[in-house]
Write a new protein. Structure first.
Length: 288
């Protein structure tokens, strides 16, 4: 006790101090959160998939484009401020999703790699072999591989990721329908990355999940059909990205369906990098 100060009610003083501390903590958290942001970046890879998510030092990469794209993806991560990739997600093993993975794994440290756990015995492409070899070498340096056969939720910085593998085997478009679908929540926004899922898997997901989101990476490079139409309605996003080589070759019904639902749609066929900044008050876009 400080000399000369008489405390009549210690309990009252301690309680008041605790309340002040809690209020101050809430204020600090609220203030810090109000200025936070999630950056989502799509390199200009045309009809190949890659999305980089960066939030206050934490970095997630979803797919790696084609062979030859890996170094550019690593450089783009570094330009955002990433010193490593916390989480590399390979949605499935098509060459336009894993093509750049081998080079990426040798260009920047990767903490964890997630991939779907499905029968890959018929995957017979050089990009897949190079990916496996690079992954083996990376594992010797501490990279962890996680093969998913059930849903898993992962926290990466201020992001919460829900990774959704297929819950059954498919008899059509096996690789595409076996895609890991990724839901990302941050700053009050929800983003959905749909890999290359097609009709069978889309219908199953619509029956199983609430897919409402603010942002949608369209499945399978803008392929359109009734199931995709139902997906757009269920997701009801404000913005969507289509990874394609030439939007003029897409079914016009896709853009009509997105437009009639009030969705702003962006394409990766422009030769420019797409940047989306997600904050509590909305999603902004720029390109360069």
């Amino acid at each position: 006790m400080i000399r000369g100060v008489k405390v009549k009610n210690k309990k009252t003083v301690i309680t008041a101090a605790a309340c002040i501390a809690v209020i101050a903590g809430i204020f600090v958290l609220a203030f810090a959160g109000s200025g936070g942001k999630l950056e989502v970046v799509f390199p200009p890879l045309g009809k190949a998939d890659c999305a980089i998510l960066y939030e206050d030092g934490a970095c997630v990469v979803i797919d790696c484009g084609n062979k030859g794209d890996g170094k550019g993806i690593a450089d783009l991560c570094a330009s955002l401020g990433a010193e490593k990739i916390d989480c590399l997600i390979i949605t499935h093993f098509d060459k336009d999703h894993i093509g750049g993975a081998a080079k990426l794994l040798t260009s920047i440290p990767v903490a964890k790699v997630y991939e779907p756990d499905y029968d890959d015995s018929e995957v017979n492409i050089n990009e897949y072999s190079l990916y496996r070899l690079a992954l083996e070498n990376a594992a010797a340096g501490g990279t962890e591989l996680i093969k998913l056969s059930r849903d898993e939720t992962v926290a990466v910085g201020g992001m919460e990721l829900t990774l959704m593998p297929p819950h059954k085997s498919y008899d059509k478009s096996v690789d595409n329908n076996s895609s890991l679908v990724v839901s990302v929540s941050a700053y009050g926004k929800k983003l959905l990355f749909a890999g290359d899922i097609e009709k069978q898997r889309i219908d199953d997901m619509l029956a199983e999940y609430d897919l409402k989101c603010d942002f949608l990476k369209m499945p399978h490079h803008g392929e359109y059909g009734k199931s995709v139409s139902n997906l757009i309605k269920a997701c009801s996003p404000s913005a969507a990205v289509v990874t394609c080589e030439n939007r003029e070759e897409l079914d016009p019904s896709l853009e009509n369906a997105l437009g009639s639902s009030g969705v702003s749609v962006y394409y990766t066929d422009t030769g420019k990098t797409l940047y989306f900044t997600c904050r509590k008050n909305g999603i902004d876009r720029s390109e360069e």
